[in-house]
Design a binder for this molecule. Structure first.
Ligand code: N7H
Length: 506
């Protein structure tokens, strides 16, 4: 039953009294607490974005039955299709009370992959839960998860990721000893998310403290599915064996163990309770949209037989490797193709190799340094296929206004709440950021050093450079200011639902 606002307000005010005196959940029993949202859904909480291809059919996945989709937390395999998502970062004050609330109430509300696949089984608000190393320790779980990047935490990784230390990081991500976990809440309205948060806060009471929250939302209208610079994002995701049963052409098919811990293809030994979890890399990446747009307009080299506006669009697409529509420039370098962009049978079907061109020097289709080539080199490095991530981020912050765009300076905090899932952070997010995006010699075997990824390549806060952005001068260097600043983040472990129920909450 949906909760009325009046009931909710009354419940919340009674909560304030209850938590002000530090009393525990038990002491509040009998008061009217916000209950869970249990109405069945009639419309999907997920957006149907052209070019993504639908999620797998639940019957097919269950019949195939190689992955326990009713035990795996939904966000790991769903990708970038959420309409609204809140990240609620918290500290555990009292592990015993936190575990009681988790075991008796919350674990039953955690949303599995299976539930999210069908509208009628989707909850009003999908809830997922993840813990940092400090959080697991707080819960008394001192097992070694055999991921040193996770156990050291992201603040310790800042320099290696190319950040200028933790300068500019949200304080919550710097003081990591008290950041114990994150709750992911996804729905189609923030009102529903507010209600679910009130319920969880009622269950956990003073056993947790909210440290920080970030509200993400899909962009409106024609920008739906596009990130803040305007490019369609989330098209290329790995197909996971046992889940995405028939990969689309050009889609990277990977053993489930590349994304899920303990599944086939995961080479690391860990405690048995960690099976069917995943490591989550969260990053708050602030985007400087007017500055990016102005740079693209001011630096676009003229392209033969193209207007100025067309040359600008080509230049922008060469930084990313796709047009704003999502069409890959490797297939259509000089003119956008929105039909191809919207067709999952075409929009990933490329490998950067072209029969009659020189693979070591040809950048006429896609520059070596383009964002999607640096982060998935395809035929440039076929062995790199196992260094992959499932991306599940969402834009955050206000839409850029026209006056802000012409003014040329960012006045708002907006960007990408970046989320990547993988079974080993050192082979996934950290590898892509450090060894590929930030490493000028990558991709290897070319006639010229490619330079940094112009979008995410990071150089300790300093300018970056890349070649190949000018079709007429493919070995020429261009220097880029920073368009994206890291506000930091944390690494979390996303356990299976049974591990939360049977191991972490008892
Ligand atoms: Fe990226 N962007 O707007 O340019 N990304 N990315 N990303 N990204 C992709 O193919 C973007 C970031 C990957 O398999 C597209 O889905 C922005 C980080 C990977 O072909 C666009 C930010 C990392 C892919 C963007 C950002 C990656 C990918 C094309 C930060 C990893 C798939 C749409 C604000 C360290 C490559 C698509 C493949 C695609 C953008 C962050 C990785 C448009 C703005 C931090 C693996």
């Amino acid at each position: 039953m949906l909760i009325s606002p009046l009931f909710l307000a009354a419940a919340i005010s009674s909560l304030r009294v209850a938590s002000a005196d530090g009393s525990a959940l038990v002491a509040r029993q009998g008061t009217e607490l916000p209950g869970p949202l249990t109405d069945p859904r009639v419309t999907s909480m997920l957006a149907d974005i052209p070019g993504f291809g639908p999620l797998p059919n639940v019957t097919d996945v269950v019949t195939n039955a190689t992955l326990p989709v009713d035990d795996i937390q939904a966000d790991i395999l769903v990708g970038m299709r959420k309409k609204k998502e809140r990240f609620y970062f918290f500290k555990i004050n009292n592990a015993t009370l936190f575990k009681a609330g988790l075991h008796n109430t919350v674990v039953a509300e955690i949303t599995s992959v299976k539930k999210i696949l069908t509208v009628s089984t989707q909850p009003q608000v999908a809830v997922n839960l993840a813990f940092s190393q400090a959080g697991l320790t707080k819960l008394g779980k001192t097992d070694n998860l055999n991921d040193t990047v996770f156990s050291a935490g992201q603040a310790a990784d800042a320099n290696f990721l190319g950040d200028p230390g933790t300068n500019g990081w949200e304080p919550t991500f710097v003081a990591t000893s008290s950041l114990h976990g994150v709750i992911l809440l996804a729905s189609d309205t923030t009102t529903l998310i507010d209600t679910q948060v009130a319920h969880l806060e009622a269950v956990w009471g003073s056993s947790i403290t909210k440290l920080y929250e970030l509200q993400g939302a899909i962009r409106p209208g024609a920008e739906e599915g596009h990130e803040m610079f305007g490019y369609k994002d989330g098209i290329a995701q790995p197909a996971v064996f046992g889940f995405n049963l028939v990969p689309y052409p050009g889609q990277l098919a990977v053993p489930a163990g590349i994304i899920l811990t303990g599944e086939a293809g995961d080479t690391v030994t860990r405690p048995s309770w960690t099976k069917d979890g995943s490591f989550m890399a969260f990053r708050k990446l602030r985007q400087y949209v007017p500055e990016f747009n102005n740079f693209v307009v001011s630096n676009a080299p003229p392209v033969a037989n193209k207007t100025t506006a067309e040359s600008i669009a080509i230049f922008g697409s060469r930084l990313v490797g796709r047009w704003k529509s999502g069409a890959p420039i490797d297939k259509t370098p000089l003119v956008d193709d929105p039909v191809m962009a919207a067709d999952p049978y075409q929009n990933n079907n490329f490998d950067f190799f072209h029969l009659l061109s020189n693979f070591t020097s040809d950048q006429s289709h896609c520059p070596f340094a383009a964002h999607i080539r640096k982060t998935r080199p395809r035929d440039d490095l076929p062995t790199g296929a196992l260094n992959t991530i499932m991306r599940a981020g969402i834009p955050y912050g206000p839409e850029p206004s026209n006056s802000e765009l012409t003014n040329g300076a960012t006045t708002q905090d907006r960007g990408l709440a970046f989320v990547a899932y993988q079974s080993q952070i050192a082979q996934g997010f950290q590898f892509l950021q450090h060894s590929w995006a930030n490493t000028p010699t990558f991709v290897p075997g070319k006639n010229v050093q490619p330079g940094f990824d112009p979008i995410i390549g990071a150089n300790a806060g300093n300018d970056r450079w890349a070649v190949g952005t000018d079709i007429a001068n493919p070995t020429g260097n261009l220097t880029f200011p920073v368009f994206i600043k890291s506000n930091g983040g944390e690494y979390f472990f996303v356990p299976s639902i049974s591990a939360i129920r049977d191991t972490l909450s008892v």
